[in-house]
Design a protein around this ligand. Structure first.
Ligand code: SF4
Length: 215
């Protein structure tokens, strides 16, 4: 598998925020989001590692949780086998995916999935019929999570319409302000105000690792 890096850290996002975790960052991505903050992973080749090598690197960290992220981890054909191998060794596995890549059944059965819904502000080129995204939305578990990265008030209105139309079907829905630093915190305050004003079933999150300045 093409691996950008394996680090011992805490989860920065999702309902698992703050949990000590082995973060397995895989290389390569099929999208080019305007705000991508992992460009070296999404565009780089990474280094080739076998599944046993990855398992050894994770095990040595002494964690109970493993997160597969990227880049887009599901582009790699061995991602289902890696998830299954981690689960069989007792790890709680979560996977972050961009919503525009098919989610294999093995991943759904063995991992907690946090799936992006790309807003217009991401400026990605989505297939006109949104076929992959719709299929993914149809197969996610109730316990999986949706994440919108919000870049502007226009994005917020777009995401609000999707939530009000019932896109989440009871799943946790995360709204994450794009960017970093003081600007991001100012925008997060506005975002919080809109969510409260609109009584929206969405959960505001700041990327904890960035807020405290760790990887
Ligand atoms: S999907 Fe994620 S990794 Fe890929 S370009 Fe977008 S933000 Fe970057």
């Amino acid at each position: 598998m093409r691996v950008h890096g394996i680090i011992h850290s805490i989860q920065g996002e999702s309902t698992l925020i703050g949990v000590r975790t082995a973060i397995v960052r895989l290389s390569g991505c099929n999208l080019r989001c305007r705000y991508c903050d992992t460009v070296t992973a999404s565009r780089g080749r990474g280094r080739e590692m076998s599944i046993p090598e990855i398992l050894r690197a994770v095990k040595i960290l002494g964690v109970k949780f493993a997160l597969l992220t990227g880049g887009e981890p599901l582009l790699q054909k061995d991602a289902p086998a890696l998830v299954r191998a981690l689960r069989s060794r007792g790890f709680f596995v979560s996977v972050e995916t961009n919503g525009e890549t098919p989610i294999p059944p093995v991943i759904l059965r063995n991992a907690h999935v946090v799936m992006d819904i790309k807003t217009p502000g991401s400026r990605i080129k989505r297939a006109a019929d949104g076929r992959v995204l719709l299929k993914n939305l149809g197969i996610l578990k109730k316990t999986d999570e949706l994440k919108f990265v919000i870049t502007s008030e226009k994005d917020y209105r777009w995401a609000r319409a999707a939530v009000r139309a019932g896109i989440a079907r009871g799943r946790t829905t995360l709204f994450s302000p794009a960017g970093r630093g003081p600007r991001q915190r100012r925008f997060a305050r506005r975002l919080a105000g809109w969510i409260i004003r609109d009584k929206l079933d969405a959960r505001l999150q700041l990327q904890l690792h960035k807020a405290i300045g760790i990887s």
